[in-house]
Design a protein around this ligand. Sequence first.
Ligand code: AMP
Length: 428
Amino acid sequence: MPKFQAPRGTRDLLPPEMPAWRQLEDNARRLAALYGYQPVETPMFEDSAVFERGVGEVTDIVEKELFRVRSPGGDADRWALRPEPTAGICRAYVEHGMHTLPQPVKLTMFGPMFRYDRPQAGRYRQFWQWDVEAIGDAGPAIDAEIIELAYRFLLEAGVANVELHLNSIGDAVCRPQYIRALMEYLAQFADQLPEVERHRLNKNPLRVLDTKHPRTLELLTEAPRMADYLCEACRAHWDGLLEHLTTLSVPVTPAPLLVRGLDYYTRTAFEFYERGEQGQQSALGGGGRYDGLIELFGAKRTPGVGFGVGIDRIAAAAAKRGLSATTSKPLAIVVGADPAATAARLKLATELRAAGVPASADLAHRTLSRQLESAAKAGAHFAIVVGDELEAGQVQLRDLEAGTQRPVNLADLARELQRAHTSHHHGD
Ligand code: AMP
């Protein structure tokens, strides 16, 4: 057992995983630009209150999972690592007066989030999200645009059978009536509910719909449905959203129990799954409308909608489908007959790199045959052998894959390697 390990719930992303990871990041950035979403970066920690307000006090994320940061000044609860991106982005929207920009303000961010949850498969304490937010448009067309963008990203990532679970959770007009009906219904069965659900029922009743408890789930099949309580405006928004999604050919799976764990959502709530993989740990992404959030940060009421998709889980789902890990192989390694002549090898590698050729030098003091062995083991296409001919401006270019070798003039070396590089796709 090594003395130190990555903290529980975190992991190292090692080189073989990175090409697939980078691919997802590139896709996210390209799609965001294509759809007109501009990149932002907010701090990885904020005033705890940004999350307490922006996510909600009675949510798992704030009650149990917030990573508090103890500052040297002793403010134990003042700061917290961001558990999700929306609250920070909305804080930034208000702080920088983005309401004066043309609306909606379309923003995107890619980065790590932190939740102090019990780690398990697909659930980490540090995980990555790609996040997209459109602030300042009440929808429903923009809701559809954003959902289609997430859907496209998942399809491009190679996730098979993406399923969009969609619900409306109403607004401040109709949700209270629904909550009352839900509470009345569940109160009849209070003795059958576990302690945690009774707590939720009192503090934040909608969260009972998130339950994993089998008996509660059973009871919920007969419970009142938000869909039957939507006010006229929410009903029109819902119908409009379905119409736009049909136009965009995004298939919808209605999900009457979907509420999401965050307080600030209004109307649209959605999550993405791989068909057949359900449950809290398998959501690939989710989002919704948060028309009440900006107001909580002290600005005038401003609608917003967004999503966050989980890069760790999407990478895992894509890997399952054979989009496997790869290691990129070096194009060329400079080796030499004189083990001690590291300066000559390093100089040549440096010149090649300055000319744009990916090359490295063997800097260990070991025999030429050992150096060649090592180059072959690393999967290098070429070994450049430096010897006595260097003074005459020549090196030997050995093609390790073909098993051939020929002298090349130093003046031609970069060009020769570049040609080989473009005709031979390394790392694919
Ligand atoms: P949420 O805001 O909780 O809906 O998170 C959005 C997405 O981020 C989820 O659908 C997951 O794909 C991903 N995600 C959330 N929490 C975690 C976690 N602890 N570990 C890995 N991925 C996560």
